[in-house]
Design a protein around this ligand. Structure first.
Ligand SMILES: *[C@@H]1O[C@H](CO)[C@@H](O)[C@H](O)[C@H]1NC(C)=O
Length: 628
């Protein structure tokens, strides 16, 4: 506890200093009184997390190395539980060794990437971890993607091979002609599953491989080597492959672990997709790095959530905002409170449903956090303050690299003062969240994307000092006077729907292809009763030549469900102010409200056709009488 003691003293000295030199002393004292316990606990945990990461980096450990050490320390402990099977550390370790050894013999070189397209299961984690043992980098492709977007994702990470689960055979078959140079490996859960002509049957091949450790290869690994590619939509363009190195993986996983005080005896329910950071890093990583048992699911099910938590005796569960809303929509059941979940952590629990959620399911602590896969600005709410995504102590603002910048609301560009530098927001003033880049410190590094140009776009130069660089999250947040951060919105180039980020430019490209290169603009609109924003497209069609049937089919073929525009607006005139794109904010605020919009509106119904929005239909959607 000496650290805590020292921290207290130094905090005291700093505060006394500030107190003596500040104008509004009493307000300041009040803020201090309110936030000191939080800040001391936060600082202490923050220190612990950083010490651990510093130590691992010094020792040169990768995620695989840390995991192997855990497996040696407690081989019989349960690492993952999936359906009726428990996987011990030893079993995962041996499976990953088989993966590593097998792919080493397949003509790949260190640093090569391999696409992984599969539903969630322990083998999913075993495959990417095993690849990393041999120095290969798995690209975790979203398993909902089809056709062009799937192809794009495989190419974006320059994959040399594709490993897919047999459940996604059809999706791979659709694109298989377009990737003749890539070797396909099919992993099947059951033997005798038919496989694609071109593919290699991976399951028996792995079972016949030696499970001994790959000691030499492990020793070659470095914490800053690429570990994974995780796709994000970023703020512009098609899905981008963000580089996650071992250190970043450790930071995200151990950051949440340390800041929220998870325990070794915990059991975590992780029903989130493993190709995203939340499920695959923050959740699954607790077993790989911290020795905590994690329960996985093939896919999320709202009605199975609490029964599963009861059945598997989970003490911690993970959420994303959409999940919380779905859970509230399930009819009440004794299992709502029969579970032992004391803490839920995740991202996107909105203030409006926070309290009803906590009350109904009696979860003591909510660990809401904020962090972008590729970014370096991480925040965690450690004291369950309703609605907050985290905090930065008011007097530590300069030390912690996160800040809010004033932006132009329409263009989302930072506003600069006469000196050419950015302007920090005051408490209560919304601004874009940035994380200052300091490559020397693990927490402040920005690993970037596979595509260098895309990385450059996310960087703001000359932030508060000449030459200072920062990562632009593209998210608008606001900070209160106690230093709590609240999420406001996302800047206009992406919207979030059904737990996925959608890049508007990607959808725009698909639409203009499907309907012969007409001008289209895509944006997200709020739909009552739903988390996030649904896609809406405004299409310029003065000659009334738009074929809605063709558009509907094109959209279904090229876009995953969550990215398909639910609403269309047909424009006869281009907006008065000239360029089409800049009117996004106006279009967005009018949404699909038939009382405000005189243009024809269409709705993508459950059968997958665009139907005209009538007054009744609009009302039914507003009143949530129609399921979308
Ligand atoms: C409650 O959960 C248990 C354990 O999973 C399950 O067997 C039971 O059917 C659930 N009860 C209800 C009403 O869903």
């Amino acid at each position: 506890m000496t650290e805590l003691y020292q921290l207290l003293i130094s905090a005291g000295v700093v505060l006394l200093g500030i107190f003596l030199f500040t104008g509004s002393r009493w307000r300041f004292l009040y803020i201090l009184y309110k936030t000191l316990p939080r800040d001391i606990l936060g600082a202490f945990r923050f220190f612990q997390v950083n010490a651990l990461l510093w130590w691992w980096e010094r020792k040169g450990y990768t995620v695989a190395a840390v995991f192997s050490r855990l497996a040696a320390a407690h081989p019989e402990k349960i690492a993952y539980i999936f359906e009726e099977k428990e996987w011990t550390y030893k079993e995962v370790e041996e499976f990953t060794n088989q993966v590593g050894r097998y792919f080493k013999s397949k003509g790949l070189s260190r640093g090569d990437s391999v696409a992984l397209v599969m539903e969630g299961r322990p083998e999913y984690i075993g495959i990417w971890l095993g690849l990393s043992k041999a120095g290969f980098v798995a690209a975790l492709v979203n398993n909902n993607l089809r056709h062009d977007v799937l192809l794009h994702s495989i190419h974006a990470a320059e994959c040399k091979a594709v490993i897919y689960g047999s459940e996604l055979k059809d999706a791979i078959e659709d694109i298989s002609d377009k990737i003749p140079e890539l070797t396909l490996y099919q992993w099947s859960e059951l033997s005798n599953t038919p496989i694609l002509d071109r593919a290699i049957d991976l399951s028996p091949a792995l079972a016949n491989t030696d499970p001994d450790p790959l000691l030499e290869d492990l020793a070659l690994g470095h914490p800053r080597d690429k570990l994974l590619y995780i796709y994000t939509s970023g703020t512009t363009g098609m899905p981008k492959a963000a580089v996650v190195n071992s250190l970043r993986y450790m930071l995200m996983s151990c950051g949440v672990h340390g800041m929220l005080g998870l325990r070794e005896t915990d059991r975590i329910y992780d029903a989130l997709p493993l190709y995203h950071t939340a499920g695959g890093v923050v959740g699954a990583g607790q077993a790989l790095l911290r020795g905590i048992t994690v329960v996985l699911r093939r896919r999320f099910s709202a009605s199975k959530f609490w029964p599963d938590c009861v059945y598997y005796e989970c003490t911690v569960a993970q959420y994303i905002g959409e999940i919380c809303r779905y859970l509230l929509a399930v009819p009440q059941s004794p299992n709502d409170t029969a579970h032992r979940v004391r803490l839920m952590f995740g991202n996107g629990l909105r203030p409006q449903i926070w309290e009803p959620f906590v009350e109904r399911f009696r979860v003591k602590q909510i660990g809401e956090f904020y962090g972008a896969t590729e970014g370096n600005s991480n925040l965690v709410n450690i004291d369950s303050t309703v609605g907050a995504v985290g905090f930065v102590p008011r007097y530590a603002g300069r030390m912690y690299p996160v800040a809010l910048l004033r932006v132009n609301e329409d263009t989302c560009e930072p506003i600069r003062g006469p000196d050419g530098l950015c302007i920090a927001c005051k408490p209560g003033e919304p601004g874009v969240l940035i994380g200052k880049i300091n490559p020397k410190i693990a927490v402040n590094d920005f690993s970037g994307y596979a595509d260098k140009k895309a990385s450059e776009k996310k960087i703001i130069h000359d932030v508060f000092k000449k030459g200072e660089r920062a990562f632009n999250s593209g998210d608008i947040l606001v900070m209160d006077e106690f230093g709590y951060f609240y999420f406001k919105d996302r800047t206009g180039d992406t919207f979030r729907w059904r737990g996925e980020n959608v890049a508007t430019s990607e959808v725009e490209a698909v639409i203009s292809n499907a309907i012969g290169l007409k001008d289209a603009v895509v944006y997200g609109v709020e739909v009552p009763g739903n988390e996030g924003k649904a896609g809406m497209a405004a299409i310029y069609d003065p000659e009334h030549s738009l074929n809605l049937k063709e558009l509907g089919e094109g959209v279904k073929k090229a876009l995953p469900t969550y990215a398909r525009p639910l609403f269309l607006r047909i424009l006869e005139d281009l907006p008065m102010t000239g360029t089409f794109k800049l009117k996004k904010t106006d279009l967005q605020s009018e949404g699909f409200d038939i009382n405000k919009v005189k243009d024809p509106l269409y709705f993508f119904d459950r059968t997958g056709t665009y139907v005209r929005v009538t007054e009744q239909l609009c009302k039914d959607i507003q009143e949530q009488k129609i399921r979308i």
